[in-house]
Ligand binder design. Sequence first.
Ligand SMILES: [Zn+2]
Length: 433
Amino acid sequence: MCVENVPPPSSRVTRRGVLAGAAALAGTAAALSAAPGAVAAPARDSGRGPGTGAGPTGDLVVEGGTLLDPATGEVTEDAVVVIRDGVVHAAGARSRTAVPKGIPRLDAHGRWVLPGLIDAHIHLNTATEARDAVRQGATSARSGSTNFYQDIAVRELARQAPEQAPRLRAAGVFVTPDLGDTVLADPDLTPLARLRDGVRSAQALRRVVEVNLARGADVIKTRVNERAGLPEQDPLTQVYSYEQLSEVVAAARRGGKGVLCHSYSERGCDDAVRAGIRSLEHGVFVGERTLRDMRRRGTHFTPTLTAIAGMIGDADPVLDERGRTYLPILKEAVRTAHELGVPLAAGTDSSGGTVEPIGREITLMHAAGLSALDAIRTATTGAARLLGVERTAGRPARGFAGDVIVVDGDPLADLSVLTKPRHVVRAGLPVRD
Ligand SMILES: [Zn+2]
C-alpha cells in the first residue's frame, strides 16, 4: 500500500505516549531520589540552567582540585568551581574567585576537575542504563536510537531528575529497511508493516523521519550498511543508496534536524557524507577522499572505537575476528581524520544493558594517535559542537552547565583516570552510587 494514504503523524499520540514512558521512568527516579542520603545538595526548582529544562538544579562549590578547561588546555591548581542553580557561576583559581558562603562543598583536593563528559553515540533504553552512563561521567549524550522511543522518555527523566540521566539528544526509532517490532511502537508506523520491501521508497523513508520528528526526536539515526555486531550480517553490504540517504537527510532538514549514519564500507561512507549527514558513525573503511570531503563540509566522525574493540574476545569467532581486523583499520582512519582536521566525537555505542565508560573511548582516541588533550576534547568541546550544545556543555566556565567530574589523577598524564570518576556532578547535583 501507499504510505502516503495514511494520515500524517499526529503529535497528540506523541505527547500521551511519551508522557506515559516518562512517568514510568520518573517514578523509578523519584523513588530513588527519596532514598535516604540519595541527594546531598539542596535541590531547587529554578529551570534556568542551560539545557536542564524545568527540573531541579543544585548549588555546589567544588574546591581545591586542579581544574582543566579542554577548550584552552589551561590547567589551574587549587581551583574552585561555583555552581548556582545548576549553572557554573564562576570557575578559576581560589585566590581570584569569590566563593559564596552557606552552600554545599565538594572537596577535590589532590584530584583533577573536568567538565562532565559527552557520549555522542549511546543507546539508553532504561533508567538503570541512564544512571550508569551519568555515574560513569557522561553528563550529556546523543542517542543512537531505541526501538520504542525509550530515549525520548530518558530525555524527560534527565529534565526531571538531572542527577539520574545524561542531558540527552534523542533519536527516536531507527530509519532502517526492516523496522521489525518497532512498527508496533507507533500507530503511524504500523502501515509500513505492509510494505513487502520494507522502508526503502522515498515515501516510506520520509514517513519514518516525519513520525520521529512528530514524536519529539532531536536527531535522526539511519544507516548505509548492515551491522558489524551481528555475525550473520556483513557490515560491508550497503542497504541504502545515496539517493535514499538524501531523502532521509532532506526530510530531517525540513524539521531542522541533523542525521547520524551507521556506516562501514568505503562506498557507503562516501554516499552518506555526500548525502549531507551530520555525522558518520563507526566508519571503519572510510577513505581519505571522503575524510577530506568531511573536513570541507564539517561532517563529524564518531568512530565508536569502544564498540569495535569490544568485539575482540567475543565468544562468536566471526565477531572476534571482525574486531581484531577492524580495530587497527579504524584507528588508522581516526588518526588520518584528526590530521586532516575532521571534527571527532567520542561515543561508546553502549547498548543492551551494558554501559561502557565514555572515558574508555577517550583512551582509545589517544591510542589511535590523538594527544591526551585532543582525546579529551572529543568527549567535551568536540562532542558539544556535534550536539549543538557548545555554548552550554563541555567547558568548566561561567554560564556553562554545572556538570563536573572529579578524577583521581592527572588525565593528561594518564587518561585511564577518566574511566572511573571519583565524583560526578550534574546540574549542580552530586550523582550518587
Ligand atoms: Zn549504535
